[in-house]
Design a protein around this ligand. Structure first.
Ligand SMILES: *Cc1c(COP(=O)(O)O)cnc(C)c1O
Length: 376
């Protein structure tokens, strides 16, 4: 009914669609779990996935989690972050929520207009006696200015925890972007480039930190009878880990198809007046996790009108990130959340639209999306 109204004959296209390997490939994994009867608590697939991810990502220490949000909360707890934490308003709400869960006070600063990442030039002015950490986000997988951020963190003795939920597989000139900061946190949610249905991870610099994190994700147990902290249950199950192992085998094709879709959008959209593709900067290997465009005032439609037009044609682009975190009720009363202090983020949230990008997006559908943006 709705499709007829919309004058399209095709199925809805969402901003992303999880990649699912052929079901028969997953059956042997399930058979092993059924045979082993180990369902969670660091079982064999959990261990194999940790090893495989370290190798794939080019990192040394990883701790898997049930989701990215629990990983963020645990990362803060592991480093004993307290007081004020400097972060970005331009992210998914879980970035700031993790601070509230740890009883920390978010201090929001504006972003750079080029990358839409936390602007390092604004960090120092936001530091007080209470500041203990910075949580930047590598937005859309484009790396932050990690050198500038680390320099400030070193000068003021602050921890840096990267929300790297968008950054699976991204590399800069020195290797994995996940090596920066004290910890980096990944999400393996169904909507992300690499997914385990739900899942997440913390990348740690050393075995000792990983050990502490592993205790914290298991209620704070260090042995059968000793609990050392108010840890959460953040453990990843064997089913999720097994799926991750299978998914990992398909990453080369997934990444290649994402890169093709990204390139095609850039090529076609660059000619359109008022449509600005966010440049990729600072990475040697990108993951094409999102395809954000900025709808500028010289485009004939407003961002919301374009969003609605696509929706009327059954194409569900998403306004990531709108509203800003600082516009949600639990944050907007904070002094640093005031819109006039965040002009770049406020403008970006009004202009951004993330277009569909996922490995199974077929060319005809991408053509249709591009045509709809062009024909105004
Ligand atoms: C997805 C996401 C999260 C949360 O991860 P979950 O696995 O869904 O809990 C946190 N931060 C950012 C930037 C995200 O995109």
């Amino acid at each position: 009914m709705r499709q007829a109204e919309n004058n399209t004959g095709s199925a809805p296209i969402y901003v992303t669609q999880p990649y699912l390997p052929p079901l028969e490939e997953f059956i042997p994994y399930l058979e092993k779990i059924w045979a082993n009867k180990v369902l969670t608590n660091g079982g064999p697939y959990h261990q194999l996935l940790e090893e495989a991810l370290c190798e794939y990502l080019g990192v040394e220490h990883i701790a898997l989690f049930a989701n990215g949000t629990l990983a963020l909360v645990t990362a803060l707890q592991a480093l004993r972050v307290t007081g004020e934490v400097i972060t970005t308003p331009y992210s998914f709400v879980a970035t700031a929520h993790s601070l509230l869960w740890q009883n920390c006070k978010p201090v929001f600063i504006d972003i750079e207009s080029t990358t839409l990442n936390l602007d390092p030039a604004r960090i120092e002015a936001a530091i007080t006696q209470e500041t203990t950490a910075i949580i930047p986000v590598h937005c859309y997988g484009n790396p932050c200015d990690t050198d500038a951020i680390q320099k400030i963190a070193d000068n003021y003795n602050l921890r840096v925890i990267y929300d790297a939920a968008h950054t699976f597989g991204v590399q800069d000139a020195g290797g994995s972007v996940l090596r920066h900061g004290d910890l980096s946190v990944l999400s393996f949610h169904a909507t992300k480039v690499f997914n385990t249905f739900e899942g997440g991870a913390i990348i740690c610099p050393d075995a000792k930190t990983r050990q502490r994190i592993n205790h914290l994700k298991n209620f704070g147990f260090v042995d059968e009878t000793t609990v050392v902290a108010a840890g959460i249950n953040g453990k990843m199950s064997e089913i999720n880990a097994a799926f991750g192992l299978l998914q990992l085998q398909h990453m080369p094709q997934i990444m290649q198809r994402r890169a093709e879709i990204d390139m095609f959008y850039r090529e076609k959209l660059q000619a359109i007046k008022g449509i600005h593709c966010l440049p990729q900067a600072g990475q040697t290997v990108a993951n094409h996790s999102y395809f954000p465009i900025l709808v500028e005032p010289d485009y004939p439609l407003s961002r919301d009108a374009l969003y609605q037009k696509l929706k009327d044609h059954n194409i569900f682009a998403r306004r990531y990130f709108y509203p800003l975190i600082t516009d949600f009720p639990m944050y907007r009363g904070i002094p640093s959340a005031q819109r006039d202090l965040l002009p770049v983020a406020t403008a970006a949230a009004q202009k951004v639209l993330c277009l569909p990008i996922y490995p199974n997006l077929i060319s005809q559908d991408q053509d249709r999306i591009i045509e709809l943006i062009m024909e105004v």
